[in-house]
Design a protein around this ligand. Structure first.
Ligand code: ATP
Ligand code: ZN
Length: 306
């Protein structure tokens, strides 16, 4: 065991002691047990029971995206502090010997690494916009997608609900402002009904993204004032600061303009997405119903294992 590393405490320590999360030595990077994964899988099916009849196109991408698309998306303007990029060795034998020497000496060995064409996916929907743009104008009823991906955010934390790699299921709607705001309103209702059926305390509130820097504060205020982002919050790590487990985002024409996505009438498309934090919901269930799933309330078990 690492003598210098502080041992996990509180809820995180309990999750590890009960075998639900597996410590890797890095904050926010955990293995998941079979039971944890079963709860995630049953919640995934529950989402589909609510949203599956809407006719969304299902698409699953690996947890990475094109660096070129990532640069164009504007993510680095808003959230440079969260981004994760993939670099790789690209040198000759001399550079290799130098790399091994630096590793052996405990020096920084990453200086010679070159960026690849791949970055880690920051939110499941980021991969989708360039794909939809390439298909040309939307149909009159717009478009609807069902996504799920591991996502990376560089926000190491002792709070088990703030991971560096976690799964996000999303429904993403493209269309006119009316079509996408109707979609978001529908999911605000559905999301609350769905989570209430899981017997966890919750409330919905207006929210903002963690935009970077001084200019970011203005963007965050603007996002709140215009009520563009709502979160469904459940106390997990703390009672005072409940955790966003679902989010409901209206991007207006931000991605439509960035990617040149048009409606059938030739207007810039608007977009909205609802995101489900798969690990956060599983953690909320263990937090509020305990570590022994057999003893969870029958009503909750019946919803998850119908
Ligand atoms: P927070 O405000 O807690 O940083 P967020 O609202 O910025 O989260 P979104 O960008 O809206 O998160 O991501 C969609 C969903 O992904 C969130 O509702 C949440 O459930 C989940 N999520 C976001 N960040 C994390 C994380 N670090 N670890 C686990 N789940 C996360
Ligand atoms: Zn999204």
């Amino acid at each position: 065991m690492c003598q210098n590393c502080p041992q996990p405490q509180g809820f995180l320590a309990e999750l590890i002691d009960n075998g639900l999360l597996i410590d890797t030595g890095v904050d926010g990077l955990y293995g998941r047990s079979g039971l944890f994964e079963e709860v995630v899988a049953q919640f995934d099916l529950l989402i589909t029971r609510y949203g599956g009849k809407d006719g969304a196109e299902v698409a699953r991408f690996p947890p990475a995206m094109s660096r070129h698309s990532f640069e164009k998306s504007g993510y680095l303007k808003s959230f440079p502090q969260l981004a994760g990029t993939v670099h790789s060795f690209d040198g000759d034998e001399r550079a290799h010997a130098e790399l091994l020497h630096n590793v052996a000496e405990g020096h920084d060995w990453t200086g010679g690494q070159k960026s690849t064409d791949v970055v880690l996916t920051p939110a499941a929907c980021y991969v989708l916009y360039p794909v939809v743009a390439k298909r040309g104008p939307l149909k009159p009823d717009g478009a609807l997608f069902d996504l799920q991906s591991y996502c990376f955010r560089h926000e190491p934390s002792k709070d088990p609900a703030r991971m560096q790699l976690f799964r996000m299921r999303e429904y993403v709607r493209f269309g006119t402002p009316e079509q996408v705001t109707e979609f978001r309103a529908l999911w605000l209702d559905r999301g609350q009904e769905m989570m209430a059926s899981l017997g966890v305390p919750l409330h919905v509130d207006v929210a903002n993204d963690p935009f970077f820097g001084r200019a970011g504060r203005m963007l965050a205020n603007n996002q709140r004032d215009q009520r563009l982002k709502f979160e469904l919050l459940i106390p997990i790590e703390s009672e005072e600061k409940p955790t966003a487990c679902l989010s409901f985002n209206y991007h207006q024409d931000h991605f439509g303009t960035t990617w040149g996505i048009e409606t059938s009438a030739g207007e810039t498309a608007h977009t909205a997405c609802v995101g489900f934090g798969m690990e956060r919901v599983a953690l909320a269930l263990f937090k509020h119903h305990g570590y022994d799933v057999a003893r969870w309330p029958a009503a909750v078990r019946n919803v998850l294992w119908p």
